[in-house]
Design a protein around this ligand. Structure first.
Ligand code: ASP
Length: 431
């Protein structure tokens, strides 16, 4: 019998998870699900997160050190960042166009949403976290200060500090390139080995992916059960975000791939889909990163040199889905408060949503916390977060898919422009 491809197994796991979740909500198996099903999803995500820091570290050092000279690094680096910024600005613009056309917040009763205690509590936690971000973010250069760690072990101990780990790994790699070969042979071999071992661990973890996503989705559906009413009330807003995200996935990325590479979008889609499903189930680009890298290298033909540099950076700073969502959410909240935003404020959204998405950590809910920066910049009350809190998890799942797809698209484009995109076989695509 032909072996079922991984993405099919994951899809089956997801569908069964949703079905189970619906049944569990209906029959009140909430405690059972929380105690006996959900933990397996958490274990699965923990496993993925466990290898995120070592993977970024080893693969970036390997990637940078394998570049023959610094000029190649700066060329690839500049290109990557330029494309990342461009795609983010496109995403925010699409979000703004959508929300200004659909106007989901007009006539919306902002007091109708903040009713359940759970939501009040959850939203105020987010607002508190957001205020903290705002306070920390004092001077205009604070974000640069934050990138440079004072203690690499401190940074490595928290997945939220990925940018600091990336900074150190790039510095380490550059220093290796500058030294004569005989001084770095062993260190190079060491990181090569670590890198291969981690990729092997990813393969092991992925064996459990269908079960992991089952448990994750079962947990999410059971959690949602309670707020079904809210779900409907916010349907228009959610639909606006979702259509915007679909435009990115179905129109913008295919065009980018068509213009800059020879890759057929359907092939790209087949290759990357397991990473997209994982992004959906985990709501975290960081947790998905190991799989994104493996898919890009082994199934899309992106060279290791490019993927090991472009993807870890992208997971941290390139969040097209998040920036689009922030633009829609900010305007939606403004509309719900009856505020009209002028052109200047809309442009401010483009700027701040781009920055806020760069600053957002690649973990669940981070985009919503950073939204406060956008709200603050256009003078919309932070309390408005409570309005959208109820549907944030599902939108988080979807925007993370776009974040990950965007990273993979850019990795493919950069690899193609560097002549580092090999042709893949049908078998590699499908497996
Ligand atoms: N969950 C998103 C990610 O990891 C970030 C966010 O928008 O909250 O990519």
């Amino acid at each position: 019998m032909k072996k079922l491809a991984l993405h099919w197994k994951i899809i089956i796991g997801m569908v069964l998870g949703v079905i189970y979740g619906l049944i569990a909500s209906k029959y009140g198996w909430i405690d059972f699900t929380d105690n006996w099903i959900k933990p397996w999803g958490d274990i699965f995500v923990n496993l993925l997160k466990l290898i995120a820091v070592p993977l970024v570290f080893a693969s970036l050092i390997k990637g940078v050190a394998s570049l023959s000279d610094i000029s190649k690094l700066s060329r690839i680096g500049a290109k990557t960042i330029a494309i990342y910024l461009t795609s983010t600005v496109i995403a925010v613009t699409i979000g703004l166009l959508m929300v200004n056309t659909v106007k989901p917040g007009d006539g919306f009763d902002k007091d109708s949403v903040t009713k359940t205690e759970e939501i009040e509590e959850g939203a105020s936690k987010k607002i508190a976290a957001a205020e903290e971000v705002k306070e920390e973010d004092e001077g205009p250069l604070q974000f640069l200060i934050d990138i440079v760690p004072t203690n690499i072990f401190d940074s490595a101990s928290n997945n939220r500090n990925m940018l600091q780990v990336i900074f150190f790994a790039i510095l380490f790699g550059i220093a290796m390139v500058m030294l004569p070969d005989e001084k770095t042979t062993y260190v190079k071999g060491f990181f090569d080995g670590i890198n291969d071992i981690i990729i092997q661990i990813v393969d092991l973890i992925m064996i459990s992916a269908p079960y992991g996503v089952f448990a994750l989705l079962a947990g999410v559906v059971v959690e949602f059960g309670a707020s079904a009413e809210l779900f409907i009330a916010l349907a228009k807003y959610s639909a606006t975000v979702i259509v915007g995200l679909l435009i990115m996935i179905l129109i913008v990325y295919p065009i980018i791939l068509m213009v800059f590479t020879k890759v057929k979008y359907l092939d790209f889609f087949k290759g990357i889909s397991p990473a997209q499903m994982l992004a959906f189930s985990t709501s975290s680009s960081a947790a998905t990163l190991p799989v994104t890298m493996e898919r890009c290298e082994d199934h899309l033909g992106v060279s290791e040199e490019v993927s090991s540099f472009v993807l870890p950076l992208g997971a941290t700073i390139n969040m097209d889905g998040t920036s689009l969502y922030q633009a829609v959410a900010a305007v939606f909240i403004a509309q719900a408060y009856g505020m009209d935003l002028d052109m200047g404020q809309q442009l401010t959204i483009v700027l701040t949503a781009t920055l806020a998405s760069i600053g957002a950590a690649a973990v669940p809910g981070a985009g919503m916390v950073m939204l406060v920066i956008v709200l603050g910049a256009i003078g919309v009350p932070t309390e408005g977060l409570a309005l959208i809190f109820g549907v944030d998890r599902i939108l988080d799942m979807m925007r993370t898919v776009v974040n990950v797809t965007g990273d993979a698209t850019v990795a493919t484009v950069v690899a193609s422009s560097e002549g580092q995109l090999r042709d893949v076989t049908e078998e590699e695509l499908m497996s």
